[in-house]
Design a protein around this ligand. Sequence first.
Ligand code: NAD
Ligand code: ATP
Length: 520
Amino acid sequence: MAPSKNNSSENVSMSCSLPENGFIGPLSPLFSEKAVHELLQPPVLGSDDHLIEFSEALRTVAKALRRAAEGKASAQAEAAEWKRKYELERARSLQLEYKEQACGGHQGDFRDVQTDNSINQPALCNVEQPERCCGRNGICSHDVLRDGEPSSNSRVLRKASFKLSWYCKGEQSDQHKHDIVSFERGNITTAERSSKQISLKWESHPQTVLILTKPNSISVQILCIELVRWLREQKKLAIYVEPRVKMELLTESSYFGFLETWKDEKEISLLHTKVDLVVTLGGDGTVLWAASMFKGPVPPVVPFSLGSLGFMTPFHSEHYKECLESILKGPISITLRHRLLCHVIRDAAKNEYDTEEPILVLNEVTIDRGISSFLTNLECYCDNSFVTCVQGDGLILSTTSGSTAYSLAAGGSMVHPQVPGILFTPICPHSLSFRPLILPEHVTLRVQVPFNSRSSAWASFDGKDRKKLEAGDALVCSMAPWPVPTACQVDSTSDFLHSIHEGLHWNLRKTQSFDGPRDS
Ligand SMILES: NC(=O)c1ccc[n+]([C@@H]2O[C@H](COP(=O)([O-])OP(=O)(O)OC[C@H]3O[C@@H](n4cnc5c(N)ncnc54)[C@H](O)[C@@H]3O)[C@@H](O)[C@H]2O)c1
Ligand SMILES: Nc1ncnc2c1ncn2[C@@H]1O[C@H](COP(=O)(O)OP(=O)(O)OP(=O)(O)O)[C@@H](O)[C@H]1O
């Protein structure tokens, strides 16, 4: 039945007679057929206001409860972290103590140890020459196993000793090593977490800034002029710009004669030794451009947003003075964005790595079918183990920073940029079961165009520099040792979440109202 204006007074009177919590129990005398009928009517102004007010109140309470829960969780996490640190420190100092005792004439005469797990084995380690049993690439459990309470049992019992070592194929991979595990009383624990927030503190004042700008943008050019004046006059910094920008600014005024630039590739390759800070004015593409200029180590990058989305550009250009003041002063939170080192290996080449210069990418390397209308046929290997054959439009090998770019569009997962992994994402695979993968940072991937391929493939690097891969050619790719450190607006995690909320409207949905069916 359509609601009539006539029963509005009845509704108002009924809403007044509701119990304080706003609900009517099934045994309530009010729970009559008439009352039910009235309740089912669409609410009119009076009761509607009441419900809205009540729902607002509930939402406020829910928010407060959520905040309290978040506060509690973060306090618990902090407490756990401190406890972990304390345990580690304690294990270390006990270890030192025993080492000292051992050096004082007790070598080889270890005390009996009853470990936590009561799994006991004889001691084996020589304190004087720990490297003889552990080597230099591992952590030895023996030292830690000496930690513990003396056993009441007279037999020499202790946990089986062991060592953990990093298995590397050749010394080249040594630069990737981290101490990520340790022993506490013979048990393996996590020592360092690679994804901790990294903070940069200047030990001396930054002297030189490189400004990189998106071309053909009036707003970028205006900001660049303002920024150059401010950095020069207020901060007394030396400023590098691209040759194109120096020309543009000199056309504006001869005032900009102090700007420094470079003449050739060789001078670009030395920039990292001169520049303390890189400022980018543009979108994500300008950050990619900045990264591509550094074929080795990269100075910290401060990306200002003058593009459309800006996943890697957390700073607002309107507040450039405040941002740069605080960055030049430090300390700053940074995100270390991993890059991939890519080699194109030609079948015609005599040796691997003797052909073309390696290419570094910050987002991804893509191997696709280019203009060919045939399916790509790409054989993929991970550390020489066969992974799969890609038959479809192509394959994306992406960093975690690039996970929100092309890889995302091809169905890959979004990954926090500080996670050290390589995304393996097919493009339109002609198979129902080809799901994307995320591989660990230390692997080497090889994508080969087989000799029986119907067509050649094309590799592109951060969406640029397309190279043709003929049958027999391969692309070899691994994590580069030179990440791109980008300054954070808040910290890595907040900036990442902010970018996916703002840039993609990730999981944006109207919140369900509280009134409706629910579990009783
Ligand atoms: N179908 C696709 O989504 C598609 C196709 C081609 C290239 N791309 C991406 O474009 C990148 C090149 O960017 P460009 O600015 O030089 O070219 P562009 O000017 O064509 O811009 C491409 C878009 O990708 C966005 N983008 C770039 N890096 C990103 C990242 N890490 N996270 C989220 N979005 C990102 C940019 O903001 C821009 O909106 C490539 O590395 C590739 O990832 C995406
Ligand atoms: N200094 C530069 N020199 C030459 N090309 C550049 C430079 N900076 C950026 N580019 C190129 O200009 C293009 C657009 O840059 P950018 O992505 O920064 O701006 P946008 O497209 O307006 O922003 P968004 O990517 O957020 O949509 C990219 O392809 C990028 O590689």
